[in-house]
Design a protein around this ligand. Structure first.
Ligand SMILES: Nc1ncnc2c1ncn2[C@@H]1O[C@H](COP(=O)(O)OP(=O)(O)OP(=O)(O)O)[C@@H](O)[C@H]1O
Length: 215
């Protein structure tokens, strides 16, 4: 999917194993829109990102990405949709320590059953100012560099939706604004929808739309 894709959240709820239930507001994210998802710690931002990515199953309601309702897909089709259409930058970056930066990027198409796209990887590394680190391993990167590698990997397959969980909390103001500019610009180039979960006021101010979760 490289065209703008709408995302609809409807009646969405999630129950944790201990019975804690979270209920999320109905919400439409227009294709190519850019959002901050804000709310106090524990209100369910990470859980909502996982539901949007089809990594958790809702206890009620649905997530629709383009024409596809995630709960109506088989597990295999959901994995395929996620691999090809959704880029995710988790709080824990999950870079593979045994692979070089370049091979960490090439993992994204490999996992999604797509052709390895070396040119795309090298282009992203250039644009994210990581090209001098192509052959390094993740344990020899700074936190900020590792974070940009994780973002590059999430962008590899030109996702329709990019989800980022608290990407700026460890950054100073300048680095925070630079990272947000980069996320905004790169998602604009893929016509992707951007959603950044955060309790960082700077993110709220830098993104055009805001969805606020209440405890
Ligand atoms: N495995 C679990 N079992 C029970 N409750 C859980 C589990 N995981 C999360 N929760 C609860 O679900 C709620 C939402 O958690 P979530 O991580 O989605 O919040 P968050 O808004 O992302 O928080 P933060 O900003 O601190 O990362 C919290 O109250 C949390 O305690």
């Amino acid at each position: 999917m490289s065209h703008p894709v709408h995302v609809h959240v409807s009646g969405l709820g999630f129950r944790h194993a201990d019975g804690t239930t979270l209920q999320f507001p109905d919400w439409t994210l227009d294709g190519g829109s850019q959002w901050a998802l804000i709310g106090p710690s524990g209100c369910g931002k990470t859980t909502l990102l996982q539901l949007l990515a089809g990594l958790r199953k809702p206890s009620s309601g649905s997530v629709q990405i383009g024409a596809q309702r995630l709960d109506q897909l088989s597990e295999q089709d959901r994995d395929r949709l996620r691999g090809r259409s959704i880029g995710i930058v988790f709080q824990t970056l999950y870079l593979l320590p045994t692979l070089s930066v370049l091979n960490n990027l090439l993992l994204a198409p490999a996992m999604a059953g797509l052709e390895p796209n070396r040119e795309r990887a090298l282009d992203l590394l250039r644009r994210l100012e990581l090209d001098h680190l192509t052959n390094r391993h993740p344990d020899a990167l700074s936190q900020g560099q590792a974070q940009r590698v994780a973002i590059a990997r999430a962008l590899m397959n030109r996702p329709a939706l990019l989800l980022a969980d608290e990407p700026t909390s460890a950054l100073d103001d300048r680095a925070c604004l630079r990272l947000l500019d980069l996320l905004k610009e790169e998602t604009r180039l893929c016509a992707a929808t951007l959603l950044v979960a955060t309790h960082d006021q700077r993110v709220r101010e830098a993104l055009p739309s805001v969805q606020e979760l209440t405890p």
